[in-house]
Design a protein around this ligand. Structure first.
Ligand code: BGC
Ligand code: ZN
Length: 367
């Protein structure tokens, strides 16, 4: 089978590799699920792996197959699988368990191990290939009515986990009724965070760099959320009238904005940080002010990465609700399809082409 792979530690090494087709029997205890890959999304993570910023091959192998945002159809299941059958549409989770206590209770997204295993990212092959096999524990069923947009589930789970963390933490309040939220960033994650917060009935303002109108601002406004371009109105200034916010979801990929986000958060509020920032940027901040406001306002800041099976299930429910409340909205995020694994170079070309690009994905096979 064809696969899109990189040679770890070698920048720009993305290439077409050959893999043996896997079997249901490759997974112990009869729990194997063989999936035909239909679509795979790519994002900044894939770009950074191809730039050799991180990413390791599975032990003993020289390349790493990319792709962690999958969507596929079950072809065969082992005798121990009762929850899935051939023909079902599915998405696989990304991280596989390590050894910590959290890994052992199904929360590998909360691992305390230094080494983590992520399909398409670290030490495990990804899904940019024709078939994969995995344990049914890591495969989530997606209703047929969502097949067109199912490739957006994995990115949505990043949002689901972040919001779930926020609500779990806020149980400290006994009763918490968030009304206003700010989302920072209007890329795929910022858009999906705006959607998830609107589905939960919050008033949302999304802050992004570019002035409207563009596709991103249209998408935000069609959810009934506000859109503010920070090039036109800087965050702190805009938030003076519009804020403060009960929830702030940071998804810009630009770390200095974290310290400004801390200042637009309301009393008892929660700030969710979801940007993976690989650089070593330095900034000066008004430390006394930020600290004082956080202390006197009982505020919380939480980092969030990856997602477990539960978050994938929450994502499926939100996608179904989104199709009911905002029909056709999710599909508009699928801006850049690339047909066929052999055209992998186009995936990377679109990823770097800037404005107008929301989700770049490979159509590996017909839906
Ligand atoms: C993926 C996550 C992963 C993270 C860090 C993201 O792009 O969506 O599942 O945990 O990268 O590797
Ligand atoms: Zn991703």
């Amino acid at each position: 089978m064809k696969a899109v792979a990189v040679i770890p530690h070698k920048s720009g090494s993305v290439h077409l590799a050959a893999l043996a087709k896997p079997n249901v029997e490759d997974i112990p205890n009869g729990r194997g699920v063989l999936v035909k890959v239909l679509r795979v999304g790519v994002d900044g993570t894939d770009k950074e792996i191809n730039a050799a910023e991180y990413g390791e091959a599975p032990p003993g192998e020289s390349f790493l197959v990319l792709g962690h945002e999958s969507f596929g159809r079950v072809e065969a299941v082992g005798p121990g699988v009762t929850e899935l059958r051939p023909g079902d549409h599915v998405v696989a989770t990304v991280r596989r368990p390590g050894t910590s206590l959290y890994d052992r209770i199904g929360l590998s997204d909360m691992t305390t191990d230094d080494v983590y295993y992520e399909r398409g990212i670290n030490l495990r092959h990804g899904f940019l290939t024709e078939h994969y096999v995995d344990d049914a524990d890591f495969i989530v069923k997606v209703p047929r009515m969502l097949k067109e947009v199912g490739v957006l589930l994995e990115p949505l789970t990043v949002v689901e986990k972040g919001l779930h963390q926020a609500f779990e933490i806020q149980r400290r309040m006994r009763i918490w009724r968030p009304r206003k939220a700010a989302v920072l960033g209007a890329g795929t994650i910022g858009l999906l965070a705006t959607l998830a917060l609107r589905l939960r009935g919050l008033q949302v303002t999304t802050f992004a760099k570019y002035p409207k109108p563009d596709l991103n601002s249209d998408l935000i406004e069609s959810l009934g959320a506000g859109y503010i371009a920070t090039e036109v109105r800087p965050l702190l200034e805009a938030a003076k009238g519009d804020g403060p916010y009960d929830i702030v979801f940071e998804a810009t990929g630009y770390s200095p904005i974290v310290f400004e986000s801390m200042r637009i958060l309301g009393k008892n509020g929660v700030l969710v940080l979801a940007s993976v920032t690989g650089g070593d940027r330095m900034v000066q901040v008004p430390a006394d002010k930020i600290n004082l406001e956080f202390v006197l306002g009982n505020k919380v800041m939480v980092g969030t990465v990856n997602a477990n099976r539960g978050h994938f299930e929450m994502g499926v429910a939100d996608m179904a609700q989104a199709e009911a409340e905002y029909p056709g909205w999710l599909k508009r995020l699928l801006t850049h399809p690339v047909r066929g694994l052999e055209n992998y170079a186009d995936l990377f070309r679109h990823l770097t082409s800037g404005q107008g690009v929301i989700k770049v994905f490979c159509e590996v096979a017909e839906l």
